[in-house]
Design a protein around this ligand. Structure first.
Ligand code: ZN
Length: 314
């Protein structure tokens, strides 16, 4: 079977844990509950135990990569922020994994892990310079320059979701106003439609309980020609285009990759993002610049986290 790389994709309610081979294939995977109110070591034990078991079965695991919902320090060992799972913040979680398993471990922001995974195994494989936006509940990002992930001075780089698209605009979860996340995340798109329904300005959702509206319903309705839904999707795409176009002008990229749940809407959304990006980016910079969907889908979190170890070996 050869060398295997463990990935732990930490989420607020569950963590996905798995082993990945050198070709990016999942060999085995499982889930563990995130016991948010427990001591940090107890939370980590639930994630580490399956890997211990796989190791005891004789699997040749060479390292553990951890994707976390927050910002890791520059040594990629400590979560400096972790709003969703406060007990993990500022604790030596990576050192703890190394102690329990006796193999090297690294952690990074989950969206950065996604970019690393796409760079090694996915849509970014053939590109040396790209940005990746992960659009789901929030908007995450990763930056690859000169064939390497760009992490910045402290290791925090890539928070593309918190680039301001509208000064003084909608309040963002981070406390700032006008961040792209407050306009283009699934949450933001859903909120826009729900607010319209509440105000009475959107009437095309009659018979649908506003609480059950999700991004999928909005995209399906937009594809079917519903004006209000088209507007909601277009509004998100236009703000994304503003930010992506600015990055294209700044970095002269090879590609832009869009991942996360919302990217599953496919070309309908990507074409809109590309249109709005072209309104900002210079034509010269847009020549042969693909805006692509992420390739890694279901197990992207595990593969992205495990890729941190492959990145080290590169
Ligand atoms: Zn923000």
């Amino acid at each position: 079977m050869g060398k295997l790389f463990a990935g732990i994709d930490i989420g607020g309610t569950t963590a996905k844990i798995g082993l990945v081979d050198e070709n990016g294939n999942i060999i085995v995977k499982t889930q563990a509950k995130t016991e948010k109110n427990s001591h940090w070591q107890a939370i980590m034990n639930a994630y580490i135990d399956p890997i211990v078991q796989w190791k005891n079965e004789g699997k040749e695991i060479v390292g553990v990569g951890v994707g976390g919902p927050g910002a890791f320090d520059k040594n990629r060992r400590v979560l400096k922020t972790c709003v969703n799972i406060p007990p993990l913040q500022n604790e030596p979680i990576i050192e703890y994994i190394e102690q329990r398993l006796n193999i090297p471990a690294f952690g990074d922001n989950d969206a950065t892990c996604a970019a690393v995974g796409e760079h090694i195994f996915g849509a970014g494989k053939d590109f040396k310079n790209f940005i990746m936006l992960t659009i789901g509940t929030g908007v995450g990002g990763g930056i690859v320059l000169n064939d390497k992930v760009y992490r910045g001075r402290d290791g925090f780089a890539g928070e593309l979701g918190h680039v301001v698209a509208v000064p003084g605009g909608h309040l963002c979860g981070c406390g700032n106003r006008g961040c792209i996340e407050a306009y283009a995340s699934a949450t933001a798109i859903i909120n826009e439609v729900r607010n319209g329904i509440t105000r009475g300005s959107i009437t095309s959702y009659e018979g649908i309980d506003p609480e059950t509206i999700n991004a999928q319903i909005i995209f399906d309705k937009a594809k079917a020609g519903d004006t209000a839904s088209i507007h909601a999707v277009d509004n998100a795409a236009s703000h994304l285009g503003t930010v992506i176009g600015s990055f294209v002008n700044m970095l002269n990229l090879d590609a832009v990759i869009i991942g996360g749940g919302v990217s599953m809407a496919g070309n309908f959304f990507l074409d809109k993002i590309a249109f709005h990006t072209r309104q900002i980016a210079w034509p010269l910079f847009m020549e042969n610049l693909p805006i692509l969907p992420a390739k890694l889908q279901n197990d992207a979190g595990i593969i992205g986290a495990a890729s941190l170890i492959l990145e080290e070996e590169k």
